[in-house]
Write a protein that binds this ligand. Structure first.
Ligand code: ADP
Length: 435
């Protein structure tokens, strides 16, 4: 049974009615409280009364990351700062970070969404939970912390990094659960192997991983190396942080917390809504948030939505694992390539480690892709010829599956920096104006 069956298993018609009501309330709230939306709606002559069905959400304007930057830090905040009880911020790799303010009500909603996520992963009150997400402005650390606390778990806030200590704590405290980015989970698994600690023999039973794209192949790799179930959480600072969507024991898509977030998928070029089942850019409208409710926020994440009767009676719409961000899509020999597609193919090659980096450069007018990947130790022992043979095998596998020619370099063991948070998979060496 889910954590909150009233909402997680609500009959779809009732759920949609609930969403419509909350959508109208949110439109009324933001048009009254946030000048940015008030002005936009006025220009477009839209009021809450124009929203007669959920499909009418398509009449509303999009919100994009630069709108948050332009209004940094609190220009999109609907309440005075004294009603704000917490502010998170996203890493903001380019320019200023973006902020996520919360009222107490927003925090309570976030905790509820995270409790659903963790309960669906099979985590219970009795569990010792090791939280290796970065704690601080990043929403991962505190988001997972509060969710596990709501379940009544014993939370160990290790934070990210100090990998050997993570492993010692995992042994000494007999952690049942690990929270981390998938790439950091892999770093922990690898370090444990080097320390001759077999995580598979420890009590660790389940991990909840997210905050970056990872493939099914990567999930299997982590499950095998740690002897655990690797569950998934998805979210973004603009909406609350993790807890927007989560998978259940059947690991078949991620359920979107639909009573809190209205999801759409649009064509990333035309921005026209796409029907269920079609792949495109994921858009969210917050339905219950107070401090900073986003209207049609463009996530840049590419996925597909579908609704089927779910695990343990869940009725929420599901999304596929994120294929990638439209920002990270490369065009190689005229073919659209997401880093995750290359990851999936690399994980099918048994001679390599799941440690890779993609280097994009310019050759004449064309983009050129180099795949840097580490081999298993025995490959290096076998000598130069074997190394070239594997490089050829990988290039052939990628050509055969995706039709693109890439340069493959089997780099030295440990040449690729290990991740403690979000892994850097793509290095873009193209001149800035040609990206
Ligand atoms: P930043 O934008 O600085 O990275 P966030 O932590 O808010 O800060 O990042 C949110 C983004 O992280 C999402 O839009 C998505 O691209 C990615 N993300 C989060 N969870 C997942 C997941 N489970 N799978 C794939 N990508 C994810």
């Amino acid at each position: 049974m889910p954590w909150n069956d009233k909402f997680e298993c609500m009959p779809v018609e009732e759920l949609k009615k609930f969403q419509l009501q909350k959508l109208k309330e949110t439109i009324a709230w933001v048009s009254e409280k946030i000048p940015f939306y008030k002005n936009k709606f006025r220009e477009m002559r839209i009021t809450a009364e124009d929203i007669k069905s959920l499909e009418d959400v398509a009449k509303l304007p999009f919100t994009v990351k630069t709108d948050l930057r332009d209004n940094y830090p609190f220009g999109l905040c609907a309440v005075p700062l004294e009603e704000v009880v917490r502010v998170h911020a996203s890493s903001g790799t380019t320019g200023k970070p973006i902020t996520g303010p919360y009222t107490q009500e927003d925090l309570d909603q976030w905790i509820e969404c995270m409790a659903r996520t963790l309960y669906a992963a099979g985590i219970r009150k009795e569990d010792v939970v090791q939280n290796a997400y970065g704690h601080g402005l990043f929403t991962g650390g505190l988001g997972f912390h509060q969710g596990a606390a709501a379940l009544g778990c014993t939370v160990v806030p290790t934070g990210a990094g100090m990998t050997e200590r993570q492993i010692t704590i995992m042994q000494d405290f007999k952690s049942d659960v690990l929270f981390a980015t998938p790439s950091y989970a892999l770093t922990i698994a690898e370090r444990a192997e080097e320390m001759k600690v077999d995580i598979r023999k420890l009590p660790l039973r389940v991990g909840v991983f997210g905050a970056e794209p990872w493939t099914e192949g990567m999930r299997q790799e982590i499950e095998e190396r740690m002897g655990i179930k690797a569950q998934e959480a998805f979210g973004l600072t603009e909406l609350c942080g993790p807890g927007v969507a989560y998978d259940a024991a059947d690991q078949n898509g991620l359920y979107i917390n639909e009573d809190h977030f209205l999801a759409e998928v649009v064509d990333p070029q035309t921005l026209e809504p796409l029907p269920e089942g079609e792949k495109g850019e994921l858009i969210f409208t917050a339905l219950q948030r107070r401090a900073m409710p986003m209207i049609r926020y463009r996530t840049k994440d590419i996925t597909r939505l579908w609704r089927e009767p779910g695990h343990e009676g869940r009725t929420f719409i599901r999304m596929d694992k994120i294929y990638g961000r439209s920002d990270d899509m490369l065009i190689i020999s005229g073919v659209n390539v997401f880093p995750s597609q290359i990851e999936a193919l690399l994980l099918e090659i048994e001679e390599v480690e799941p440690q890779y980096q993609l280097v994009v450069s310019k050759k004449g007018y064309l983009d050129h892709l180099s795949v840097r990947v580490e081999g298993k130790p025995e490959i290096y022992e076998a000598g130069e010829d074997r190394r070239h043979e594997i490089e050829g095998k990988i290039a052939g596998h990628i050509k055969g599956n995706m039709g693109i020619g890439v340069n493959v370099e089997l780099v030295d063991a440990k040449a690729i920096a290990r991740s403690e948070g979000k892994a850097v998979r793509v290095i873009d060496e193209r001149p800035k104006q040609e990206r």
